[in-house]
Design a protein around this ligand. Structure first.
Ligand SMILES: [Zn+2]
Length: 263
């Protein structure tokens, strides 16, 4: 029964091309984006999306300014390259899951304001930055004052297995610097930390995680590298597509037109 529930959940998360997007409203032209940008879902609907900053499930504990919809927007080049990565991984019974893509400049400013606000240390601190004070996160390189995400050529992502049920984690999050034997309540492959664990344990080559966890990080890094993405060595999940000099954008992320409202 648990397995069936898992399979149903995964089917929902990873729709097969051509069968996805059954919408109750008629398709319309896509929401207008600046010319080089596309909705990832329009390029590859099989890549799972869990855009954390459009929810309260992130290190600020609130939906972030500029995230009016949980949609991944990237430059067309980056989106096409990600589609190629996804095709490569499918052969290994793996899929990508994106956590963040284009990030409006106003969201970057909101993060900086958050680092300067008085501390309200608690569960979120324990979960996301247990060993680093909030006002040191910028200087230590965990929160960017200017982010490649605003150029829409940078993506945060992980791997999920489409071959076997995921490791079932604890029902609550443990501190992200804790011993790596309690995976988070997430269907992703266990990388030793969750997304946005702002800690040295998230360094891609960290020796504070198990060899198996480090191996999964390397599988992700190699797959992304093969299609032109470069990893940020302090975050196993953060990749930029080639070196670009593209502009940074600040429009809010909106729903795609033609999209059912309950998505
Ligand atoms: Zn990132």
């Amino acid at each position: 029964m648990a397995h069936l529930a898992w399979a149903a959940a995964l089917t929902a998360a990873l729709p097969l091309a051509g069968t996805a997007q059954t919408s109750t409203i008629a398709p319309r032209a896509a929401t207008k984006l600046p010319a080089p940008l596309v909705y990832l879902r329009d390029v590859d609907a099989t890549i799972a999306q869990d855009i954390k900053y459009a929810t309260t499930d992130n290190f600020t504990g609130a939906r972030v300014d500029g995230y009016e919809a949980g949609e991944c927007i990237l430059t067309r080049q980056a989106a096409e390259a990600l589609k190629d990565v996804q095709a490569d991984l499918r052969r290994e019974k793996l899929s990508l899951k994106v956590f963040d893509c284009y990030r409006p400049k106003r969201a970057v400013r909101a993060f900086l304001r958050w680092t300067r606000r008085p501390m309200d240390e608690g569960a979120l601190t324990k979960r996301f930055h247990p060993r680093i004070a909030r006002d040191s996160l910028v200087s230590l390189g965990y929160i960017a004052a200017v982010s490649g995400h605003s150029r829409a050529d940078t993506v945060d992502l992980t791997l999920v297995s489409i071959a076997s049920p995921p490791v079932v984690g604890t029902s609550t999050y443990t501190g992200c610097a804790a011993a790596p034997d309690r995976p988070e309540p997430d269907t992703s492959i266990d990388m030793g930390t969750g997304f946005d664990c702002l800690d040295a344990k998230s360094y891609t080559g960290s020796r504070a995680v198990t060899p198996e966890q480090r191996n999964w990080r390397n599988i992700l890094r190699r797959a992304m590298q093969a299609r032109g993405f470069r990893n940020y060595p302090r975050e196993w999940w953060h990749f930029s597509y080639r070196a670009t000099t593209g502009a940074a954008y600040d429009f809010p992320i909106a729903h795609r037109a033609g999209q059912a409202l309950d998505r």
